[in-house]
Design a protein around this ligand. Structure first.
Ligand code: AMP
Ligand code: GLY
Length: 436
């Protein structure tokens, strides 16, 4: 079948890499794509304005022109903007198979208040919270006075991963609440703020593929969000990932399934929300019990670059079955090897950074996978074009060796002002030397 993948990050390069290995994939198009996906790319850029109706219209025309049968949506923004609903209600694309929830389902990520209420309605374990809007500022400040510290303040809407602030004093919390509600620190996204109890534990990401009726668990992963080594400095989109996660043992994953995944899928069905796609559970393991920190309605980046190389099954079969609601007829095979992913970024990220730096070392042969994120081709040369530039993944029976292989490849790559963390996976090795 002909497949169209929306997105331009490392996640999409990894998806394209895996999709293109399937015998069911005839032609694959990626839009907007990056220098790593040009081999599959569309001849024109379909996404020009950041996922508005004009973009969706261009996508619909392209689907018809190229006989696309399956659309896979990588990032959250087009889902929250309603791309699935658009394609399903547009007469010319109503039959196209789409992997990615409808706008109502995407609210699980698009509105933290919706997600919290959904979890409360469906008895899904999550931190206790209350939501406040701008004219409830005084009530919110009052609520903060008696709250335990630290306290977590979350902008309701999408804020590019920056909308969560953990406050250690009441003054900081009050000021942050004022900044968000009164001064619109995150624009529209902070018109509502969720004030949430701080959960102490170890985080991990669990990925689910569901057709709204049945589901498969995909490999779990641990993401390294902070820019600095030993988890210091500002949050980023993710500086590395490893999979599997040793503490995600069978007992823990059984709790995740029965207490979180199944009530989530049943809750969506009960509320008549058509959900065919990925659910990414950001979880906190609190003394062996899983709590939902956040829902995302897509795969993670860079977790995808670590988990897809561990997936032995044909991804197109799984995606097609998801869109057709036939997932129950499929199975998922996972390789037991450990995967290590190291993200290489532009100096200055997640603050300001320069683009356009020529990347060297890309043609060196290696056993590792080099996924592109912020890259583009300029006069035959691949140059940096974003904060997160490349993600290097290696697989091995032992996590330690997978890390060595990945870092060996990282050392072959270079550009002016390159930065990457050198401690990816070290905490897991301390926890379990085999990484399993
Ligand atoms: P989010 O964007 O919701 O994933 O939040 C960003 C980060 O903030 C998470 O990855 C956690 O490290 C942290 N965080 C969010 N909510 C909580 C919470 N209730 N307790 C502790 N840490 C949290
Ligand atoms: N790695 C975290 C995310 O994709 O949101």
């Amino acid at each position: 079948m002909n497949i169209l993948l929306l997105g331009s990050g490392g996640r999409e390069h990894a998806l394209a890499w895996k999709i293109s290995q399937s015998p069911h994939c005839n032609r694959l198009f990626v839009t907007p794509g990056n220098a790593g996906t040009v081999q599959f790319n569309t001849s024109e850029t379909l996404i020009k304005n950041g996922y508005d109706q004009a973009d969706f219209q261009r996508v619909a025309v392209f689907i018809q022109q190229e006989n696309i049968e399956l659309v896979v949506v990588g990032p959250e923004a087009p889902l929250v903007a309603g791309v699935t609903d658009f394609l399903k209600s547009n007469p010319s694309t109503t039959d196209v198979l789409v992997v990615g929830p409808t706008q109502a389902g995407a609210e699980l990520e698009g509105s933290k208040d919706f997600a919290k209420q959904f979890m409360q309605r469906n008895s899904i374990p999550t931190a206790a919270s209350r939501t406040f809007v701008a004219d409830e500022l005084d009530a919110g400040l009052e609520y903060l006075k008696d709250h335990n510290l630290p306290v977590v303040l979350k902008a309701d809407g999408l804020a590019a991963g920056k909308g969560v602030i953990i406050c250690t004093t009441e003054e900081e919390a009050s000021q942050t609440l004022r900044d968000m509600l009164q001064h619109q620190k995150f624009g529209q996204a902070s018109q509502k703020v969720v004030i949430e109890e701080f959960l102490e534990g170890i985080e991990l990401s669990v990925f689910v593929l569901t057709d709204g009726k049945s589901y498969h668990l995909l490999p779990e992963a641990k993401d390294y969000k902070r820019i600095g080594e030993n988890d210091t400095g500002p949050n980023t989109g993710g500086m590395g990932a490893v999979s599997p996660v040793p503490f995600a043992n069978e007992e823990f994953l059984t709790k995740v399934k029965t207490q979180i995944v199944e009530p989530t899928i049943q809750g969506l069905a009960k509320e008549d929300i058509d959900y065919r796609g990925f659910i990414f559970l950001g979880l906190m393991n609190v003394n062996g019990s899983p709590y939902v920190i956040e829902y995302n309605v897509r795969l993670g980046d860079p977790e995808t670059q670590a988990i897809l190389p561990r997936l032995e099954s044909d991804l197109v079969e799984l995606l097609r079955a998801t869109a057709r609601q036939q997932l129950v007829e499929t199975s998922v095979q996972i390789r037991s090897q450990a995967a290590a992913t190291v993200v290489m970024v532009s100096g200055g990220y997640p603050g300001s950074y320069e683009k356009g730096k020529p990347i060297t070392g890309l043609s060196e042969a290696s056993d590792s996978l080099v996924f592109h994120a912020g890259t583009k081709e300029e006069s035959g040369q691949v140059v940096t074009n974003g904060g997160r530039v490349l993600a290097v993944t290696a697989l091995h029976d032992q996590l330690e060796s997978a890390l060595e292989l990945a870092y060996h490849q990282v050392n072959q790559l270079n550009w002016e002002d390159i930065y990457y963390r050198k401690d990816i996976g070290q905490d897991i090795l301390r926890y379990s030397p085999s990484g399993k």
